[in-house]
Write a protein that binds this ligand. Structure first.
Ligand code: NAP
Length: 289
């Protein structure tokens, strides 16, 4: 049986979407990239028209309102994109009979659990962004049976703003660095996640999955690892979250258990440190351009 797919990727020019399109092509899939220029996911008729015209055999939704702090003041817009836009994509997928892989987030949890989060843990978002993403998950579940909801966390990649890039930029400007050491998660490299997504769509094992690189650390440990990989000083002052008040609360624990993903798809996510090394190698190339 051929595993070739015709994949519509929404949010194709975002941080994850850009790498995903490249990885899907490398895996032999046909890719239809779409971002806000092609159609706005909050526009139901345009979304449906695009899907009917292009007839993908699977849709991966990476489009989202991702401004976590801004969402606290823009609740309506966050829900318009992350809930209503997601529902529009789900309805379009149902209309053309294509399964939908929807990307979600650790922010659906409050971070209070003492151990790693499994898929069945009850969500309890503490921020507007998290609530809007949870509403998006529910919209998918209500709209079509053939869906994968893939929750990821602490994402970074070469095509966009990210925590590792910020750390490198600040260090190059010789800024003293202070980074929180009491929030824990699984730093996840967009290229690694993209390879996982490319595998998931090969099997109709629908459901909710947690997909992150393996291992976990604090933001402070991540920052130090990034700087070390770049040959820069990893000297960073560790500080508690209470010293960094932000509009949206961050989950203290964003660590995911990926057993379900591993057992269902026979996948083994690479260690997070491997993602850091690849990211920094690409960042160095970019610096030389
Ligand atoms: N970044 C993280 O740490 C993280 C962690 C966990 C989960 N996630 C999830 O991972 C997914 C990808 O995130 P990302 O970091 O790659 O985000 P991103 O870089 O912000 O990409 C999102 C893309 O969606 C587009 N978009 C926004 N509103 C749209 C609309 N109404 N219609 C069509 N396209 C629209 C954006 O275009 P504009 O740039 O023009 O707005 C952007 O190209 C999202 O579902 C996010 O919730 C991210």
């Amino acid at each position: 049986m051929s595993t070739h797919r015709r994949v519509l990727v929404t949010g194709a020019r975002g941080m994850l979407g850009t790498d995903l399109c490249a990885v899907l092509k490398d895996a032999g899939h046909e890719v239809i990239p779409a971002d806000i220029q092609e159609f706005d996911i909050t526009d139901g008729p345009s979304t449906l028209t695009f899907a009917r015209e292009h007839r993908p055999t699977v849709i991966i939704n990476c489009a989202a309102y991702t401004a976590v702090d801004q969402a606290e003041a823009e609740r309506e817009q966050a829900f318009r994109v992350n809930r209503d836009g997601t529902r529009n994509i789900a309805e379009a997928a149902a209309d053309i009979g294509a399964p939908l892989l929807h990307i979600s987030t650790d922010y659906v949890f409050d971070g209070a659990k003492p151990g790693p989060y499994v898929e069945d843990d009850p969500p309890n978002p503490a921020s507007v962004y998290g609530a809007s993403k949870l509403a998006g998950e529910e919209a998918v579940q209500e709209t079509l049976a053939q869906h994968y909801i893939v929750r990821t966390a602490w994402l970074y990649g070469i095509h966009g703003k990210s925590f590792p890039r910020t750390m490198l930029n600040l260090r190059l400007k010789s800024k003293p660095l202070r980074v929180v050491d009491d929030q824990f998660g699984c730093p996840t490299y967009t290229r690694h996640l993209s390879s996982i997504l490319a595998k998931i769509i090969e099997r109709p094992a629908y459901g909710v999955y947690h997909a992150v690189n393996s291992g976990s650390c604090s933001w402070h440990e991540l920052a130090a690892a990034v700087l070390r990989a770049a040959g820069l000083s990893p000297d960073i002052e560790p500080v508690p979250t209470s010293e960094f008040p932000r509009p949206a609360p961050r989950p203290a624990n964003s660590i995911f258990d990926t057993t379900k993903l591993q057992q269902t798809f026979g996948l083994e996510p690479p260690p997070w440190q491997q993602g850091v090394l690849d990211f920094v190698a690409r960042w160095k190339e970019e610096q030389r351009l």
